[in-house]
Design a protein around this ligand. Structure first.
Ligand SMILES: *Cc1c(COP(=O)(O)O)cnc(C)c1O
Length: 423
């Protein structure tokens, strides 16, 4: 059962009509379902258990780092995959066990490394020699040992959008396999470094299982090789990237994914780490918006809505598809008419959908942009001096505003006038 479905002619999130929340919170706003997140987490973890894989699911915070989302998943058992000091602080504040936190990212600064070392996190996923040297220096200064995973670039094509593909040799991410062997030697000479793990992450929104299989096989092959060469490895990190359904794509099912992991793990005794982000939250959220105007152009009908690319940038950044669903259930016989759904921002790229068949929509009608739980609110900006869309979390028949809409005063007051202008 989906967490978002029509009941009595109204789109509900769990047991609440979205229109009721809209009335109280105002539009646009993001709305997340607890049940959908917990179900996604449990299905991921069950699939691994069924395939005989033991491991930790470290939720990739960058998909949605609202404190209440992190805590919901942490309560279900998740650790965290963080890519900045800010995310690390969020994870710690949400009560995630440091021993379940992995710190990824190509550009960790020494000051950020220090925060991770102080907290005693599980591992730093290191992507370059200069980074390894920096980590060694910070750890030495602090008198601690840094647990390290080498993030491998397995040179496989994730067959996803170019902007979210990370596992090809030409991408900035990871260490290519031939260099890893040198790295291991150099790491031995560096103080306060313990190489314990190997990691991959080949991209996001993967809808094909074969790149996973290829990458996992290469990762496991290298693991075996380095381990038999005497490197005391104990963990293997399979990254994130499992796709979800936005439109008509068919992402690999969890059984197939877990199978790919268990095949790669044949004969290996290692703790597995997974870093799913989008999979856990993407389809657990919607962006609710109101139609401001219906504008009939010469040969196009535009629905001008009060959400914009500053709230949800995925359509303009990745040409992403989001289902658009009226909150009020249309009659089945209602004829559909193609509409362009656009926001109020002064950019042609501020377009959510083109020629999307929709029933008759009037000004004031509420719409839900579906699958907006991942890479939505976290990528928002205040472009055009628009206020942030608040975030709401629902659990059964309760809801809470988990991030409020700030007011114009607060927003404008972030700017500081230099003395010479305020005289
Ligand atoms: C972005 C990212 C993830 C999560 O990717 P999803 O596609 O959201 O699952 C996991 N690991 C790393 C290192 C990332 O950069």
């Amino acid at each position: 059962m989906s967490a978002f479905e029509y009941r009595h002619g109204q789109l509900h999130v769990e047991d609440l009509p979205l229109s009721e929340i809209a009335q109280e919170v105002g539009t646009p706003f993001f709305c997340y379902s607890t049940q959908a997140m917990v179900n996604a987490y449990n299905s991921f973890s069950d699939a691994l258990a069924k395939a005989g894989v033991k491991g930790t699911i470290c939720y990739a915070l960058k998909a949605n780092s609202n404190q209440s989302v992190i805590q919901t998943l942490a309560k279900a058992g998740a650790g965290a995959d963080v890519v900045s000091e800010g995310e690390l602080r969020r994870a710690l504040q949400a009560g995630v066990d440091p021993k379940k936190i992995v710190f990824a990212g190509v550009g960790k600064k020494p000051s950020e490394m220090a925060v991770g070392l102080k907290a005693g996190i599980l591992q730093f996923n290191v992507e370059s020699l200069p980074e390894l040297e920096a980590l060694s220096a910070v750890a030495q200064k602090m008198g601690v040992t840094a647990p390290v995973a080498f993030r491998i670039n397995p040179d496989v094509d994730a067959k996803t959008h170019a902007k979210i593909s990370t596992g090809k040799a030409e991408n900035k991410f990871g260490i290519d396999i031939p260099s890893v062997r040198n790295f291991v030697e150099q790491a031995k000479a560096l103080p306060n470094i313990a190489v314990e793990s190997l990691a991959v992450h080949i991209g996001s929104q993967l809808t094909d299982a074969s790149p996973f299989k290829d990458a996992f096989a290469r990762l496991a092959g290298l693991y075996r090789e380095l381990q038999s060469a005497g490197l005391p490895l104990k963990r293997i990190d399979f990254g994130g990237g499992l796709g979800i359904q936005y439109n008509d794509e068919t992402p690999p099912d969890l059984t197939e994914y877990a199978q790919a992991v268990s095949e790669a793990m044949q004969g290996l005794d290692a703790e597995c780490i997974f870093e799913p982000g989008r999979f856990l939250v993407g389809n657990a959220g919607v962006l609710v918006t109101e139609t401001i105007y219906v504008k009939d152009g010469t040969n196009r009908r535009f629905l001008i809505i009060d959400a914009a690319m500053n709230d949800l940038i995925r359509p303009s950044l990745y040409d992403a598809w989001h289902d658009v669903t009226p909150l009020k259930q249309p009659d089945e016989e209602t004829p559909l008419k193609p509409c362009d759904i656009v926001g109020p921002i002064c950019e042609s790229g501020d377009t959510f959908a083109t020629q999307r068949p929709l029933p008759e929509i009037a000004a004031g009608d509420l719409l839900a942009m579906e699958s907006a739980g991942a890479y939505g609110a976290v990528m928002a900006s205040s472009y055009n001096t628009r206020l942030n869309a608040p975030e709401v979390l629902v659990k059964a028949d309760q809801y809470a505003v988990v991030r409020k809409r700030i007011d114009y005063d607060t927003l404008i007051k972030q700017d500081i006038l230099p003395e010479w202008l305020s005289e």
